[in-house]
Write a protein that binds this ligand. Sequence first.
Ligand SMILES: N[C@@H](CCC(=O)N[C@@H](CS)C(=O)NCC(=O)O)C(=O)O
Length: 275
Amino acid sequence: MPIGELGHVGPRNGRETTMDTPLLWHIPLSHFSEKARWALDYKRIAHHRQVLGPDYLIRAWRATGHGTLPILFLDGRAIGDSTHIIAALEERYPESPLYPSDATARQRALALEDYFDEQLGPALRAAIVTPLFRHDPDVALRVLTTGMPDKAYQRLRPLRRIFPAYYRFRHKIRDAKLEADRATVNAALDRIEQERRGRAYLVGDAFTVADLTAAAMLGPVLQPPEIQYPLRVELPPYLQDYRAALLQHPATQWAAGDRVDATAFVCERSPSCGT
Ligand SMILES: N[C@@H](CCC(=O)N[C@@H](CS)C(=O)NCC(=O)O)C(=O)O
């Protein structure tokens, strides 16, 4: 459950926010931020969220020594990287667990988390952004500023000729790699199905960090009904086609909710579900 941007989430499951309330610096559209938000929600942790302005890079560097978001401020520490954030949350808030208790299963869940982070996340970002920058840079800015006040888009608009180069540089995106990026996305979807073997969850018989990461990485493209920062702009036909093609894959059907235990999976995102 989101708090609102540096607002107040209100009492959630009896918990009020306080001065010590965790604070998440995030990017609404970002699937890595989605991972951290989902983990906070899953554990019913009341927290604040903040979207940074154009000075995000310097602020992120000062906080963690890295230029990426999400960053979670927890117990006086600034934690960068969604994987480290989930590890810290798991230690500080063991309930509800995202790591399996069995050591072998935990190792498998963490390996899958790493695979989706390193392969699926960046490749899917590139597969969406590359054609958008090429054909519809203005729509790209609208997409990238999803969930932000309109002034974020207005500020970027005059920079629309140079911003794509900056974004490509930051995220190591190359036009020539589009087909390879798409192939990486497809390989990750195939891997989900291989690992899942028709079961509801990727590891064991419960929701883990592996399921959360796979579904979070796919969130921006799937746009499931429970998404907290939906796109506000219509995607151009070539991206609608790409999305439709991805939705043919059983792995996206699974991530979008068409799974054996669909209600449980969605409830794991929405704390109020079923109450
Ligand atoms: N491995 C990192 C990746 C985070 C990441 O790539 N964040 C992107 C947004 S999706 C970001 O902060 N981009 C801004 C930039 O690099 O300038 C994690 O899991 O948190």
